[in-house]
Design a binder for this molecule. Structure first.
Ligand code: NIG
Ligand code: FE
Length: 419
């Protein structure tokens, strides 16, 4: 049979072949590794993979890529990012080092609110150019799918503008991008003393417009003591669900206020952060089948002494995912390999668990588990060739990259030789 492309001479191919459900328990350590392997690709999808001799016997192609005995892994799915903004906030980084907390900085007029004015003023062209550059950097670190949120406009016009920018990114960049509406990222300054008025705008204007334009798949909200309360969050998310949007939450990042329990009650696809979630919260997520998306780089950047309880979640049967939370404030990290390093060192996940959390479980967190996230026949050929001796080397060696090539649907979209 003829393939468009064969990648051969792969030293170790880590396919993550397995169940079509999010991976939990022992499945989070099952790598599906084949040594001396090859992959046959056609129309952007994987035809077959396995031992080199077997693949070379069954498939021919005029394009054969020599992986030079290196390691092939699925491309990363960064399932939680905020890349649509203008200016960065490195001064807040310096303030945190000087002893101020994220919440203190936000209450003093910094934080999310300080990103609003420049986002509202910016042209779509500028927002597109800046976000495209940021996403290129993610690709150059092995990311082949991202979720991207609005949430720095906080009025109907500017939120829709951000979502149009994401739509253009979807059309023009070579990776999958899943659009999320996050008008409930913060109360804008003009409504800080009138939450009811902003909640009305969210539910009566923004969510209906977003749904009508079909411009977002998910609705997300920042549920935390200093932003949206549990009752306010329930109201916004129920409205989004009624309008056909799937749900995500920023839940229990800093305080355990019952965010995980609400995510379970509402059937969110994922509950993200969970740095301070209670035992009851973990049990509720498990019962409701909500995927926990842990963001260790954020807590690292906030100088937290504690992290989300990844191992407790895994031992209770939760299919943990991890993501960067790339944003201009709490976490300016665009690297999934570094996030894996933190997942290992700060949360105690082993490299296999960290890889599965970064790929197939993250794909399920954005409803793409059937199409991508692992290397299996029929799935997208989204993969990376790494110049490393083994998977363990990837989180072990941090601070510089060992990535050779990135393929998205069978096309090379990054090559270190040409970088
Ligand atoms: O996920 N937690 C809320 N939102 C972002 C922070 C965004 C910002 O500080 O600009 C986060 O950490
Ligand atoms: Fe976030």
């Amino acid at each position: 049979m003829t393939a468009d492309l064969i990648i051969s001479n792969i030293g170790s191919l880590i396919s993550l072949v397995g169940s079509n459900k999010p991976r939990s328990g022992k499945e989070m350590e099952s790598l599906g590794m084949v040594t001396d392997a090859a992959i046959a690709i056609k129309d952007g999808l994987i035809l077959a993979l396995g031992n080199s001799a077997d693949i070379n016997l069954r498939f021919q192609s005029s394009v054969v890529i020599d992986a030079k005995d290196k390691v092939v892994l699925p491309g990363f799915v960064d399932c939680h990012t905020h890349p649509i903004f203008v200016h960065t906030r490195e001064d807040e980084f310096a303030m945190r080092i000087a002893g101020k907390s994220y919440v203190e900085i936000a209450r003093a007029g910094g934080g999310i609110r300080s990103t609003i004015a420049s986002t509202r003023d910016a042209s779509e062209e500028l927002l597109f150019e800046l976000a495209a550059r940021r996403i290129q950097k993610m690709i150059s670190q092995g990311t082949t799918t991202i979720e991207a949120k609005s949430g720095y406009g906080l009025d109907t016009k500017s939120e829709l503008k951000q979502l149009r920018v994401i739509k253009r990114l979807i059309n023009e960049l070579p990776i999958d991008i899943i659009p999320t509406f996050m008008g409930a990222h913060e109360y804008p300054a003009e409504y800080k003393n009138d939450h009811e008025a902003y909640l009305k705008i969210l539910c009566e204007e923004m969510i209906p417009a977003v749904a009508e334009q079909g411009i977002a798949e998910f609705c997300d909200i920042f549920t935390e003591e200093h932003v949206f309360s549990i009752d306010e969050s329930r109201r916004v998310l129920q409205c989004a669900r009624d309008h056909g949007l799937k749900l995500k939450m920023h839940a229990d990042e800093i305080e355990p206020i019952g965010g995980a329990e609400l995510a379970a009650e509402l059937g969110c696809v994922s509950a993200d952060h969970l740095g301070a979630t209670s035992n009851a919260g973990i049990i509720a997520l498990h019962k409701a089948g909500v995927i926990p998306v842990l963001l260790p780089a954020t807590l690292f950047s906030l100088r937290s002494k504690t992290y989300a309880r990844a191992l407790d979640m895994i031992s209770q049967g939760l299919p943990v995912a991890i993501a960067t939370d790339y944003n201009p404030g709490s976490c300016n990290c665009d690297s999934m390999p570094f996030t894996m390093t933190l997942a290992c060192l700060q949360m105690g996940m082993n490299p296999a668990q960290a890889l599965i959390a970064s790929t197939i479980n993250a794909a399920h967190a954005v409803n793409r588990g059937g199409k991508l996230g692992s290397l299996e026949a029929g799935k997208q050929a989204d993969l990376c060739i790494w110049d490393i001796p083994s998977l363990n080397f990837l989180p072990y060696h941090f601070g510089s990259s060992n990535l050779s090539k990135v393929y998205k649907m069978g096309k090379c979209i990054y090559s270190a030789d040409e970088a």
